[in-house]
Design a protein around this ligand. Structure first.
Ligand SMILES: Nc1ncnc2c1ncn2[C@@H]1O[C@H](COP(=O)(O)OP(=O)(O)O)[C@@H](O)[C@H]1O
Ligand SMILES: [Mg+2]
Length: 367
């Protein structure tokens, strides 16, 4: 890891987000007498549970995990759209975790963290032209005189590969790829230090995805931003990320340099995720030994009031044993050379020898 990444831009410590769940009285139904009692027992859904990580300056951190594991909730905590239940978020050393989400729009930190949403179509205001959409964050956060604003929006559009003739169009008059470019131009308009991308290419065709990923890679080099790149597509994460975090039911189960995690996955869940990547050699039938597909069976555990002692993957994990129900596995270093910063939260991680032999060729074809 280079010196450049060592000073964290973002330092998130022990983040927790719990949602209160339970049957609420319907809009017109009479609430039971005890509904508003402060001591009424309510269930808590642990969407983000004790998550700690840093993002270095200029670093791209990938966050992967299946649907419902808490990726978007974590993103919403970091962008301060949601209040934390507990924990701390420092941006360049300044605590921003305690700032209420409600007033964060007006905070001086707002321009420094920007976001690109999953579905550019849904996140753009249908009544705003592409020009207005890109100009909007500038006018709100870093206002410019009219003539300068026009020049700035045009420069951003050009940087994002959006033809200037399209600036007068409304979202419904743009293609998916063009809308994604507007979403990105809008997010980088105020020159953020950290760009958070929540599955930014999930709604796009594969060919358009590639172009947008190239654009993001190019922008990162040009503007030196840090990215938190959220995706369930491991190939995409591998192409773009320096480091990766694997999330399962609200917890980080494995983290490390992307190349290292992809080559030597230590958590049974990561290993199963990686084995599900379509393998080019297998498709082509080139005679290369097939990579066995590890299927995860069983139902995920409930995130509602989970036991603090039972590993979240227990019940689906092929390595699960009694110890996995007796104490929650915490992240600890994986003892391989060349694996600095590689940690796993598992009592029975995939052994070094297993990893060296079984995970070898999962990646070669992606490059
Ligand atoms: N506002 C909310 N109220 C209650 N539960 C929520 C809320 N937002 C998300 N959740 C729950 O939190 C968990 C994580 O959701 P989410 O962060 O959207 O996952 P992901 O982005 O990984 O698909 C899910 O179980 C989801 O149902
Ligand atoms: Mg999501």
């Amino acid at each position: 890891m280079s010196e450049f990444f060592k000073k964290p831009l973002l330092d998130a410590q022990s983040l927790h987000k719990q949602f209160t769940v339970g049957k609420k009285p319907g809009l017109f139904a009479k609430a039971p007498k005890d509904w508003f009692r402060a001591d009424r027992p309510v269930a808590k859904l642990h969407a983000v549970d004790d998550v700690t990580f840093t993002i270095g300056k200029g670093e791209v951190l990938g966050l992967v995990g299946e649907s419902g594991c808490g990726k978007s909730t974590l993103v919403r905590l970091l962008t301060r759209l949601l209040d934390l239940t507990d924990g701390s978020i420092r941006l360049d050393g300044e605590e921003i975790g305690h700032l209420p989400a409600k007033g964060f729009g007006k905070s001086p930190y707002r321009p420094r963290i920007q976001m690109v949403f999953q579905d550019a179509g849904d996140s753009l205001n249908p009544r705003f032209t592409a020009f207005a959409a890109i100009a909007d964050p500038i006018q709100r956060l870093k206002p410019l005189p009219r003539a300068d604003l026009k020049l700035r929006v045009e420069a951003l559009a050009t940087m994002c590969g959006l033809p200037l003739e399209l600036l007068g169009r409304f979202p419904h008059q743009l293609s998916g790829g063009q809308k994604a470019r507007v979403g990105i131009a809008r997010a980088i308009a105020v020159e953020p230090d950290l760009l958070i991308l929540d599955e930014p290419t999930a709604a796009l065709d594969v060919s358009v995805q590639v172009v947008i990923l190239q654009l993001l890679e190019d922008l990162k080099k040009r503007l030196g931003m840090s990215y938190l790149f959220v995706s369930h597509d491991l190939n995409v994460v591998r192409l773009l990320c320096d480091r990766v975090m694997v999330m399962y039911l609200g917890r980080i189960v494995e983290t490390g340099p992307a190349e290292e995690v992809f080559r030597n996955p230590a958590h049974p869940y990561t290993k199963a995720l990686l084995s599900a990547i379509p393998h080019f050699d297998q498709v082509k039938g080139s005679g290369a030994p097939p990579v066995p597909r590890l299927r995860i069976s069983g139902e995920p555990r409930s995130p509602i009031d989970p036991s603090p002692k039972v590993c979240r993957f227990y019940g689906r994990c092929p390595k699960g044993q009694d110890a996995c129900t007796e104490s929650m596995p915490l992240l600890h270093g994986v003892g391989l050379e060349h694996s600095a910063g590689h940690s796993v939260a598992c009592h029975f991680p995939v052994s070094d020898t297993d990893r060296k032999t079984a995970a070898v060729s999962l990646i070669e074809d992606v490059a």
